[in-house]
Design a binder for this molecule. Structure first.
Ligand code: AMP
Length: 595
């Protein structure tokens, strides 16, 4: 299978693709020809559009389209609960339930364009609320359930959320005590964690509202540029940014489901990402349903033996997961994996952070299949670069651009502007030619920041990368200070802001330090106010304080005390110096250091 090819990592030779007779015919069998002949109009033609030429709506394409074609009885969602229960929703059941949700929004007076936030663990109501919101042409805004009250309120306020769908437990812990800090929030719709009825003061019972709502709903005219999804993402500075996506993003979800994930009608597809993040929405809800496949949702968090069991028992055929999860499986040993059998598994892909070459190769030993890394980000709305099923895999590479996607590497010029780097293997910033349908349309209420992303006709990703002579892209690092921990993007500013609100903390600098499993771990350096001295007790107090406010997904895992933090002459904390010190690297340019 493997041989060495120029341009590849010498330690991890290229994995050549061979196909056995048992494999599905890939949706993309000739990369060059598909790219050369690609046009978005043919992708649009594979979707239906709303009846009566009323536009294009993500939820219609995902659900109702299949029902109208006679697939109503097919299982759309198979849900595995943490207590061992399993629930199945056919496409028709999903159609009726999401209609009810759209009707209840209507009854509450929520209209198209209004923002509906969802803060739930992976329970069926999350999926119903997401798709019902899209049917009603309101905007689905997911929140990760491991966020603490501060990141939640920040996002609800920035997005002017009118509705929040959440569970009783999450509400009691993370919303109720802070409710008055979210003045736009009119309706909180509550569901019990176990799927039962629930109502607390100031909230409505979601299931009772659903029961009272009609199962029939006609989706109103939906323009391709109508706002559909609002995903928050973090930058180096400032508050989280709300990336706005529109209904015609559905073409990208569909195309990438077809070519990058190779979805076929009879697939059992499992995306392990939580819908609180963009992957869990684009590929954990939308793309599989667009292809009419059965998608699996597992309620609990990572559990190695449980996951292997699911892959085996549920006969998963296409699995989309993340590098941290793969590394956690690797830690459990190949022997464990080899106790299971995955006879129907035919394609495995991963996204969100660098996939180390050993993980690609481990897939072959443990699962019998290599892992296909792919690259994209919140702003792109869908997979942009991938180790496509038909292409040879270069372990450690992110792969090649999808059809319809133009990617390049640019260098920044001294006088401003950029130029493309044509020489292979040279490091620069990864840039994309605007125009793909799921490109973000703005950062909500931040046009200036949005326009800065586009220079000389290219969208700049803030990722540093290289392209080899054969057109494969290789990730190098981030151009900014954001942290990727367990695949989750964390803005250092959000963490620093929470820490400096503690009376003991004078200054805080937050960085990601390399960690074997998580990729990066959030570490904070703090200097203390007069009257406070470093101690183990204070360190623990600060860790607990940050965790309570920010939640486990964002809070630092380590805190170190410093007399003084390194700053630029203009007073900005130099995170890159903290990072270089931590990793033992030498910084190339410290000319702006204060002293
Ligand atoms: P997010 O917007 O949270 O999805 O994060 C996007 C960022 O994750 C990208 O800009 C990259 O920095 C990183 N990322 C995503 N996929 C990959 C990958 N395959 N390899 C390396 N980094 C990745």
């Amino acid at each position: 299978m493997a041989s060495s090819t120029p341009g590849a990592d010498v330690n991890y030779p290229v994995i050549h693709k061979t196909r056995s007779a048992a494999d599905a015919e890939p949706n993309l069998d000739n990369y060059e020809a598909t790219c050369a002949n690609f046009d978005w109009a043919s992708i649009r033609a594979e979707l239906d559009g709303l009846p009566g030429d009323q536009g294009i709506n993500i939820a219609y394409e995902a659900i109702d389209r299949h029902v109208s074609k006679g697939l109503g009885d097919k299982i759309a969602l198979r849900w595995l609960g943490k207590d061992g229960t399993a629930l199945e929703y056919s496409f028709d059941a999903l159609r009726r339930q999401t209609n009810r949700f759209a009707n209840l929004l209507q009854a509450l007076g929520v209209g198209p364009g209004d923002r509906v936030f969802v803060l739930c663990t992976r329970i069926p109501e999350l999926y119903i609320a997401a798709l019902g919101t899209l049917k009603h042409r309101a905007v689905f805004c997911p929140l990760f359930s491991a966020f603490g009250p501060e990141p939640i309120a920040e996002r609800v306020n920035a997005g002017e959320g009118r509705v929040l769908v959440t569970t009783r437990k999450l509400y009691e812990k993370k919303i109720a005590p802070y409710r008055e800090t979210m003045p736009n929030l009119e309706f909180v719709l509550l569901v019990d964690e176990a799927g039962g009825k629930s109502e607390l003061p100031g909230t409505r019972d979601l299931l009772a509202l659903m029961e009272a709502a009609s199962e029939e709903y006609v989706i109103g005219p939906t323009g391709p540029e109508d706002m559909a999804l609002l995903h928050f993402t973090s930058g180096t500075t400032g508050k989280p940014k709300g990336a706005v996506h529109v209904h015609q993003a559905v073409m990208m979800h569909y195309m990438t489901g077809k070519y990058a994930l190779d979805l076929h009608e009879d697939d059992l597809f499992w995306c392990t990402a939580d819908p609180g993040w963009v992957t869990g929405t684009s590929y954990g809800i939308i793309a599989p349903l667009l292809h009419g496949v059965t998608m699996l949702v597992d309620e609990p968090d990572f559990d190695g033996p449980r996951w292997y069991n699911i892959l085996q028992q549920q006969e998963v055929t296409v699995w989309y997961t993340a590098p941290t999860a793969i590394r956690m499986l690797m830690k459990l040993g190949t022997d464990l994996a080899q106790q299971y059998h995955f006879p129907r598994l035919r394609f495995v892909a991963s996204v969100g952070e660098p996939l180390n070459p050993e993980a690609v190769v481990w897939g072959q030993e443990a699962l019998g299949l290599p892992i296909h890394d792919n690259w994209w980000q919140t702003e792109t709305g869908g997979i942009m670069i991938a180790n496509l099923p038909v292409l040879d895999i270069r372990p450690g590479s992110m792969g090649r651009p999808l059809p319809g996607v133009e990617a390049t590497i640019v260098r920044h010029l001294e006088g401003g502007g950029i130029e493309e780097i044509s020489e292979p293997d040279e490091e620069g910033e990864l840039a994309l030619k605007p125009g793909w349908p799921s490109m973000f349309r703005s950062y909500l209420h931040n046009e200036e920041r949005y326009s800065r992303c586009f220079v000389d006709g290219w969208y700049l990703t803030e990722d540093l990368a290289k392209r080899d002579a054969d057109g494969y892209f290789w990730f190098v690092g981030r151009a900014d200070d954001v942290i990727k921990s367990a695949g989750h993007l964390i803005g250092p500013f959000e963490v620093e802001s929470a820490l400096i609100e503690h009376p003991a903390v004078a200054e805080a600098g937050v960085i990601g330090v390399p960690e074997q499993t998580l990729g990066q771990m959030v570490k904070a350096f703090v200097s203390l106010n007069p009257g406070y001295t470093p101690s183990e007790a204070l360190r623990r107090e600060l860790l607990g304080y940050a965790r309570k406010r920010l939640g486990a997904a964002v809070a630092p895992k380590e805190i170190a005390f410093e007399d003084k933090l390194p700053k630029t002459r203009s007073g900005k904390i130099m995170r890159r110096l903290l990072k270089a010190r931590e990793t033992g690297e030498t910084l190339r340019d410290i000319s702006t250091l204060e002293d």
